[in-house]
Design a protein around this ligand. Structure first.
Ligand code: GLY
Length: 398
């Protein structure tokens, strides 16, 4: 599948990476291929793409960034830009980023700022990259005060998602990424939820059958199209794009409270999704059926099952410094019966209910237990009253 969209060319397929990169460079009238990867993604993807390009007569330059979040440092950007300068890369040249979300975030930021911006082609090598991170133009690095606090919006010239690259993805990363796929399904894609219900467990367990059958490609396509639509409507995250942050208000705070250790991003989002459903139930925004369905799916994917063992206050504190605030108010993305709503008027009692669902359920207190169900019912009633009171007395406080 291939399409030219207002946010760059989108190509999705199986075994397409090298040919699609070459086609992108040819379209850009490039004189060489400048590939940016990190050591692992160079081994599993970059090297093969580079070899194909070299065999076709391209001069190939390789730039390696550190692995994972360590790439997202301003000093790494400086070093990368200095390498580009030493290679005499000019404004008409196109870079190619090959890697996961951290790599495409960092390479994207370098591309957006070097010479005030050179084009970049993103070749994600993880499922999170293929369904989210490498598409939509968010680039960023971290500073000690927080993740992704320095960055720019700049769309890649092309996004090339090759599902064959996912074969080498470790089982834990596959599973965690499905947390983000479920999130996109909850935003309003019934077929996507069905696909995860049908193929998610096998993919998470490391089977390549869902890749070979095309089920994963269909998931990637559905997520990518959902994202193209949302980003085209709201590129700079002022309205609709915020809905992509479903599960992220609690999820980001949980990741931060855990010190960005032990939990993968998608795993944190699964806790956040459970919490968001609990809040929605408490506020009467979603149905029990919808909440049960998603919690049951996350159970089957073994996401957000174990209590992360974090202190509620530590998570609350992290939420207070979340960048999803507008004019001091936190934007909550909350599930409805078939989609989501953006709300700023979530009362503290409902937030607490969500925190309890996210942090304490799991292990012996599974969300679908009858005990949990009874607790949820009782708390929901109490919270519904509290919600009413809070809405009347201090609308908008969160
Ligand atoms: N990952 C959320 C966004 O791109 O807006």
């Amino acid at each position: 599948m291939r399409a030219d969209t207002p946010i760059g060319r989108v190509e999705i397929g199986h075994g397409i990476a090298a040919t699609a990169v070459e086609a992108a460079l040819t379209r850009a009238e490039a004189r060489r291929a400048i590939l940016i990867a990190e050591p692992m993604t160079w081994e599993v993807a970059g090297k093969g793409i580079g070899a194909t390009l070299a065999a076709a007569g391209w001069k190939v330059e390789r730039i390696l960034l550190p692995r994972g979040e360590d790439a997202k440092r301003l000093r790494v950007i400086e070093k990368t830009c200095r390498t580009l300068a030493k290679l005499h890369v000019d404004r008409a040249e196109t870079l190619v980023a090959i890697g996961g979300g951290a790599l495409t975030d960092a390479a994207g930021f370098a591309a957006a700022t070097y010479l005030r911006g050179v084009p970049i082609v993103n070749v994600p090598t993880t499922l999170v990259g293929e369904i989210d991170a490498a598409l939509g133009g968010k680039t960023a690095v971290d500073i000690p005060e927080g993740k992704n606090l320095v960055g720019v919006f700049r769309q890649p010239a092309a996004f090339i998602a090759d599902t064959a690259l996912l074969r080498t993805l470790p089982a834990r990363e596959r599973r965690a990424a499905l947390g983000e796929v479920v999130k996109v399904g909850v935003l309003g894609d019934e077929r996507l939820l069905e696909l995860v219900e049908e193929h998610g467990e096998a993919f998470a367990a490391g089977s390549d059958e869902p890749i070979d059958s095309g089920a994963v490609a269909e998931m990637v396509e559905r997520c990518a199209w959902a994202k193209v639509k949302v980003v085209c409507a709201d590129e700079h995250d002022r309205g609709l794009r915020m809905t992509l942050n479903l599960g992220h208000t609690l999820g980001h705070a949980i990741e931060a409270a855990a010190g960005y250790k032990d939990l993968l991003h998608g795993e944190a989002i699964a806790y956040g999704l459970r919490g968001a459903f609990a809040i929605s139930l408490a506020m009467g925004l979603t149905t029990r059926e919808r909440s049960h369905r998603i919690n049951a799916l996350l159970d089957r994917l073994e996401l957000g099952l174990e209590s992360p063992g974090l202190d509620q206050d530590a998570v609350l504190e992290r939420m207070a410094s979340d960048k999803k605030h507008t004019m001091g108010k936190l934007n909550w993305i909350l599930p409805t019966a078939a989609g989501v709503e953006i709300r700023q008027d979530v009362p503290p009692a409902a937030v607490e209910f969500g925190l309890i669902a996210a942090l304490r359920f799991g292990g012996e207190h599974r969300p679908l237990d009858s005990t949990a169900e009874a607790t949820a019912g009782a708390t929901a009633d109490a919270t519904a009253e509290a919600t009413e009171e809070a809405t009347e007395s201090s609308a908008g406080h969160s």
